[in-house]
Design a protein around this ligand. Structure first.
Ligand SMILES: Cc1cc2nc3c(=O)[nH]c(=O)nc-3n(C[C@H](O)[C@H](O)[C@H](O)COP(=O)(O)OP(=O)(O)OC[C@H]3O[C@@H](n4cnc5c(N)ncnc54)[C@H](O)[C@@H]3O)c2cc1C
Length: 413
């Protein structure tokens, strides 16, 4: 970590150097080049060089859409990421125990890949490195923002860093501190919350057969089950598993020893990848939909999970946040070049207006998918059977579904 002497005033302060906060800061300095004012990024946790996992960069893997790749190319992050991601050539969608499957392929979409899987720790190492080496960024970690207070024409932030308290001012605070944000509460920004009564259990699994770059999404009576392709490790075929279970099953599954757990998971997923041989450390995440009722205020903008936390069923959380970053960076950089204060509501409102329909579409799509596929009510079973069947029978429908699911529709506009 480079030595930082904190300024008393920054144009932009990013609260949270997780996936979203870090990517935003890197994207903004890339877009503005020499015109970029000094940015302060404050991250509460120790960085990955100091420990194995950090809150945003934990044992999970993230499926990035082809559209997200395009955004990451613009930020300069992709040139490092490219070397370590696993491409998804096909997505296989099925409904356990019922007729109806569909296969989306990169060939049919005329793309190099439908998407890419990256292990969060790998993404974290790249982002941390870029944060630390950028001259226009002061990266403070571990340091915690204790309070954000609006003042006339700026925001005041209290920072706890190395047993000391600091007070600084910012023209714009980018709040990217994740789904459980005390700062949001402190500022009196309410959240719409819907608890799905489900948990996602994640782990890396080694398998008898190679994945052949296919991502599997299987809808079971207990909840969706995804297997994302990963690079081999010590010659073992590997996938990142996301298994959604009901609340009441979570404790039991987390406590199971390896052998009965593998049998349980194999029963849910089936044998498309052969026998499940070994499972790594597992972690569980309670699943909610939460949406901040205010996304902007003068001198304040919410990004990532603090703005919208989604169910991981369609793998859209980070992909949506990347599109937000792209639009926000565009609005801010145009404003900064015209000497407009980055906290000015006209710039921030432009961002909200541009992203409004994307948010509505992705949040609605994800929530409907959870409702449709987590229920055994007869109308829902028929609907999803018809849905998968029509995707299989009508290539044009499959193409437009794939465009939405892989996040291309918005990026091409
Ligand atoms: C099981 C699961 C699977 C998922 N899979 C996918 C997928 O395949 N594709 C996809 O697009 N999305 C996926 N997502 C969603 C994705 O993980 C989130 O969109 C992403 O993590 C949001 O990042 P964030 O930076 O907003 O929040 P976080 O990851 O929560 O990061 C917030 C950061 O802020 C820091 N912080 C908090 N408070 C303070 C403070 N007061 N001061 C300073 N720092 C602070 C924290 O330490 C942390 O580093 C998945 C989510 C889950 C749960």
């Amino acid at each position: 970590m480079k030595n930082i002497s904190l300024d008393t005033k920054y144009e932009i302060v990013v609260v949270g150097g997780g996936m979203v906060g870090a990517t935003f800061a890197i994207a903004l300095i890339k877009a503005l080049g020499e015109d970029c004012p000094k940015i302060l990024v404050v991250e509460a946790a120790e960085t990955l060089t100091q420990k194995k996992y950090a809150p945003s960069f934990d044992a999970r893997s993230t499926a990035l859409s082809f559209g997200s790749r395009k955004i990451l190319e613009e930020t300069g992050i992709w040139s490092d990421l490219n070397k370590i991601v696993t491409p998804i050539d096909k997505i296989h969608i099925s409904d356990k125990g019922r007729f109806g499957t569909t296969l989306l392929s990169s060939e049919e979409q005329n793309l190099d890949a439908l998407g890419y899987v990256v292990e969060n720790t790998d993404l974290g190492s790249i982002l941390n490195y870029q944060l630390e080496s950028a001259l226009a960024i002061d990266f403070l970690s571990p340091a915690k923002i204790k309070e954000v207070r609006p003042k006339k024409n700026c925001m005041n932030l209290s920072i706890a860093y190395k047993d000391e308290s600091y007070s600084i001012e910012a023209s714009l605070v980018v709040l990217a501190d994740g789904g459980r944000s005390p700062i949001c509460q402190q500022l009196g920004i309410p959240q719409f919350q819907k608890y799905y009564k489900q948990h996602a259990i994640i782990a890396n699994v080694s398998l008898e057969r190679p994945h052949k770059n296919i991502a599997f999404e299987r809808f079971t009576e207990n909840g969706p089950f995804a297997m994302l392709p990963l690079e081999n490790f010590r010659d073992q075929n590997r996938c990142a598993m996301v298994c959604v279970v009901d609340d009441h099953e979570t404790k039991e599954i987390m406590r199971m020893t390896e052998e009965p757990l593998l049998l349980n998971l194999q029963e849910r997923f089936g044998d498309r990848l052969g026998k499940m041989i070994h499972i790594g450390e597992r972690y569980d995440f309670p699943l909610t939909l939460s949406i901040a009722k205010e996304q902007i205020r003068p001198g304040l903008v919410l990004l990532g999970n603090v703005a919208h936390t989604l169910h991981p069923v369609a793998g859209q959380g980070m992909n949506l946040a990347l599109r937000d970053i792209r639009v926000l960076v565009d609005c801010l950089s145009q404003g900064i070049k015209r000497q407009i204060n980055p906290g000015d509501m006209t710039l921030l409102q432009e961002f909200v207006d541009q992203q409004f329909s994307d948010h509505r579409k992705v949040i609605g799509f994800t929530d409907n998918l959870v409702e449709l596929f987590s229920s055994n009510k007869v109308p829902n079973v028929i609907l999803r059977k018809l849905g998968l069947l029509s995707l299989e029978l009508f290539p044009a429908l499959r193409k437009s579904f794939a465009k939405e699911a892989i996040g291309l529709a918005t990026v091409e506009n």
